[in-house]
Design a binder for this molecule. Structure first.
Ligand code: PMP
Length: 446
């Protein structure tokens, strides 16, 4: 593979396409368990878990043989009206059983997280048409939130960089402040007070727009791409109450948090809340075959199934909705998630890793915050610890630390001024120690 092949023909998602841009690229040739190997054969602990998705580790024989068996039987089948295949029914039943406690009754499939969000937004609109309140079209979401890159997800996203090059976007998308203790507009450090501020703002915003114009509130239980922002424990329950009072649908974007990453099977379940709509992807098939799913509770399913006129007709879906290989992979992945109790492992090993990372905040002037829940963690780098001034990501410190860690055998992700850690949920305590030790060494080289 020559440099021209590597750099000229392929535009990296989320990277610069500038003519002179020649950032370094790691070319990964192989994965096994919690490890990846580059084309030169260097073995690295995959502390990003692919892209927060390889939850059961790489190269699992059970998943590979399930995909191979399915490939022999039926490699593709559509699932539009009137056609299906056994695996799509099995997976739909399995998901409804797993999320029975949340009253999830119906599922629609797509190819990834952005599809899952787009489906959620469009079906939320359809719900309100079916329910006889078609004026409810707006969406509330959070600053720093990330909901994928389709036009809907881009429009409700809480980081401007994903919007700058693609406007105009969907009208009626309203951002609320993030329940983030480390940085919030009220400079509030008390979790309960912060929840009160955020909920007060949510209620004022609903009053301003009128509940009768708002379709849904959507958020990640723990924000991922925005920098691993864990809300105070009481936040989600309070949001659920506001939604109930105002009739607004609650959509949990569990694309990262679903299937155990935060220490419970769903991030929302970990906060004791049942959403109306669930967006799932990533961990559902652990990266083996692309898959996304959107699930609907009884309230939504019942209204759509009993809608008048055209409102019960689902004019949404993809060629690859319910792809047989993806369904087969997901069934095998979910067997592993349940058999190996990976949500519990994520909670236990994640807590251990958090405790090992926390001292870095005392030891290094640049480490302003260490945070996380389960196996979703981040270090935030600052220019001035007392003032919490963010380190300018143009200085490249996070990128250099990630590069040093990689050379020492641990693959982490630099996102602006944050170092993000989201390993497979099969991570061991010893491997957690390796991540913490390597990051300390990498920080020492700065
Ligand atoms: N929602 C969330 C919360 C995500 O983190 C992501 C991807 N990181 C998406 C949606 C979009 O998923 P995909 O990249 O599979 O389209």
């Amino acid at each position: 593979m020559n440099d021209q092949q590597r750099q000229k023909r392929f535009w990296h998602p989320m990277g610069s396409a500038a003519a002179g841009h020649c950032g370094s690229t790691v070319v990964i040739a192989r994965g096994d368990g919690n490890y990846i190997f580059d084309i030169e054969g260097h073995r690295t602990l995959d502390a990003v878990g692919g892209l927060w998705n390889v939850n059961v580790g790489h190269n699992r024989p059970e998943v590979k043989s399930a995909i191979a068996r399915q490939m022999d039987e039926l490699s593709y089948c559509q699932t539009f009206d009137g056609v299906a295949h056994p695996r799509v029914y099995e997976l739909a039943d399995r998901l409804c059983a797993m999320f029975k406690q949340e009253d999830m009754q119906r599922v629609m499939f797509g190819s990834g997280g952005s599809d899952a969000v787009e489906t959620a937004l469009k079906m939320a609109r359809q719900y309100w048409i079916a329910a006889g309140e078609p004026a409810r079209t707006k969406f509330l979401s959070l600053r720093n939130g990330y909901h994928g890159v389709h036009f809907g997800g881009t429009s409700i996203g809480g980081s401007g960089v994903f919007q700058y090059n693609h406007g105009p976007l969907l009208p009626g998308c309203v951002l609320l402040d993030t329940p983030w203790l480390y940085r919030n507009p009220w400079r509030c450090q008390d979790p309960d007070e912060l929840v009160a501020h955020c909920i007060g703002q949510m209620e004022e915003t609903i009053a301003f727009h009128g509940a009768h114009t708002i379709a849904a509130f959507i958020a990640e239980p723990v924000q991922g791409a925005g920098g691993v922002i864990v809300p105070p424990a009481a936040y989600w329950d309070s949001v659920r109450r506001v939604c109930d009072r105002s009739g607004i649908l609650l959509i949990a974007d569990e694309v990262v948090t679903g299937f155990g990453r935060t220490g419970s099977m769903l991030g929302s379940r970990g906060f004791g809340v049942a959403p109306d709509i669930l967006c799932l992807a990533k961990g559902i098939s652990a990266g083996y075959v692309p898959l996304g799913a959107t699930m609907f509770n009884h309230r939504v399913a019942h209204a759509i199934e009993n809608g008048d006129g055209f409102s019960h007709t689902i004019m949404h879906g993809y060629t690859y909705s319910g792809h047989p290989l993806a369904c087969a992979a997901a069934l095998a992945v979910l067997d592993i998630v349940e058999r190996e109790a990976l949500p519990a492992n994520a909670g236990r090993v994640g807590q251990h890793l958090f405790e090992r990372l926390l001292p870095l905040k005392r030891e290094f002037e640049t480490v302003g915050d260490v945070r996380g829940k389960g196996l979703m963690l981040a270090l935030e780098l600052v220019a001035d610890k007392a003032g919490r001034t963010p380190l300018d990501s143009a200085e490249g410190v996070a990128a250099r630390i990630a590069e040093t860690a990689r050379k020492r055998g641990v693959f982490v992700r630099a996102m602006t001024n944050k170092i993000v850690i989201s390993p497979p949920l099969t991570l061991t305590l010893d491997e957690a120690d390796v991540i913490a030790r390597t990051l300390r060494e990498a920080l020492q080289t700065e």
